[in-house]
Design a protein around this ligand. Structure first.
Ligand SMILES: [Fe+2]
Length: 168
């Protein structure tokens, strides 16, 4: 131990010598960038992932001023049901595997690893793993998710009886 070393003064009184405060995202682009940065840092999330065949697994990975980052896993066949996110906006990124996102209007997006979707408050969708491999996704919500109202799914085309089809 070197007893000759002394610290003169209070280092906290010298703000110009302090490291800058951690930057937090404040725009949609910055939240999307945060999601991409976490996705690229596999060591920060991969060891945490669990798969649960009984119920969907999720883990709050990070929080910041007004936002939350969640890690979700999906075994084949698991899905969210059609829902919105209350007052929250969000960014959702596939980390591993493939997921399908279905909009309330029936539009389907096939999302492979690295694919990213951004949504505004009130946007309704359903996310499902209809592949044969497990999948992992990352979800950023701003503000943090406090409700996830479920919606009734739209009638799918196969539910329409042939007699209802009108031809000209
Ligand atoms: Fe969602």
């Amino acid at each position: 131990m070197n007893s000759d070393v002394q610290i003169a003064g209070d280092p906290l009184a010298l703000p110009h010598l302090m490291p800058p405060p951690a930057a937090h995202p404040a725009t949609v682009a910055e939240f999307a960038g945060l999601a991409r940065a976490i996705a690229a840092d596999t060591a920060s999330w991969a060891p945490l992932v669990r798969y649960d065949a009984v119920t969907r697994w999720y883990h709050r990975l990070r929080t910041g001023p007004g936002y939350e980052v969640w890690l979700l896993s999906w075994v084949p066949g698991q899905g969210s049901g059609l829902h919105d996110h209350g007052a929250s906006s969000g960014v959702f990124t596939v980390l591993r595997g493939e997921l399908a996102e279905l909009s309330a209007h029936g539009t389907r997006h096939a999302l492979g690893a690295g694919a990213q979707r951004v949504f505004a408050p009130g946007y309704a969708h359903e996310v499902v793993n209809d592949s044969l491999e497990p999948a992992v996704s990352l979800h950023v919500y701003y503000p943090g998710l406090t409700e996830m109202p479920m919606h009734r799914p739209p009638l799918c085309a196969s539910a329409v009886r042939p007699s209802a089809v009108v031809t000209s």
